[in-house]
Design a protein around this ligand. Structure first.
Ligand SMILES: Nc1nc2c(c(=O)[nH]1)N[C@H]1C(S)=C(S)[C@@H](COP(=O)(O)O)O[C@H]1N2
Ligand SMILES: [Mo]
Length: 218
């Protein structure tokens, strides 16, 4: 079995074990800013499927499609020419580490989606990544003002390991919703669970509610 399959198998087993235990809630953290069950780290761990896509500024494109009036196809230059924003937020991984005060630079997801003009019945999105990963969110979640399509973290261009050249950042949800190596944002009417959401992870993923794994059968 290749390493990345072992990682996935281990994470699925963890989700199943937690489900069997009924997802016991953690004690509240002493610092109200830190979600229950999380430990603050000062390093920046790398978590993914172990598949590093061969994507760089020259071959990266981003597509916004599906239930939109104006499909968008951006290359690196078009993306860089968009208005830029900075946001500082905390990053919470379901594997129980949190990194506080992450500074992200990039383009507002809302600004981009407004250019694409979602159709009235567009209620959900699928984020598609270059490693084949997907994750799902309500469209509203992407319209939050702290959500961005980031090219830099802590003032430096994103490394490939952290999703460079460009990744999503959705600070209010567990980090598996923040797709690295973002390739496309697809809008649709009905929710479509993504890679981890179909493997026992919670659909909503709010860290302060400890929505780690689903209690339901999947
Ligand atoms: N494309 C892609 N994005 C992904 C993942 C992945 O496997 N593929 N893993 C997710 C998970 S589980 C986490 S915790 C964060 C980790 O981001 P980092 O490696 O930059 O810390 O990326 C998320 N985004
Ligand atoms: Mo994660």
């Amino acid at each position: 079995m290749p390493d990345w399959q072992k990682v996935i198998a281990a994470k699925i087993a963890l989700a199943e074990k937690q489900r069997a235990l009924g997802n016991p809630p953690s004690k509240p953290s002493l610092d109200a800013r830190v979600p229950p069950g999380q430990t603050v780290v000062t390093n920046f761990p790398i978590l993914d499927l172990g598949v590093l896509p061969d994507i760089n500024k020259d071959n990266w494109t981003l597509r916004i499609y599906g239930m939109v009036q104006q499909e968008l196809n951006l290359d690196w230059n078009a993306f860089q020419a968009l208005p830029q924003m900075t946001d500082i937020s905390d990053f919470h991984c379901v594997t129980r580490w949190s990194k506080l005060d992450m500074q992200w630079d990039g383009v507002s997801a809302r600004a981009l989606l407004m250019q694409a003009v979602p159709l009235e019945n567009a209620h959900y999105v699928t984020l598609h990544a270059y490693d084949g990963y997907t994750t799902n969110l309500p469209l509203d979640a992407l319209l939050d003002d702290d959500v961005l399509i980031a090219h830099s973290a802590l003032g430096y261009p994103l490394t490939t390991a952290h999703g460079g050249p460009v990744r999503m950042v959705v600070p209010k949800r567990y980090a598996w919703k923040s797709a690295k190596w973002i390739k496309a944002i697809e809008l649709h009417e009905f929710d479509r669970p993504g890679f981890w959401e179909t493997r026992g992870y919670h659909n909503e993923a709010f860290p302060f509610e400890e929505q780690r794994f689903t209690d339901e059968d999947y």
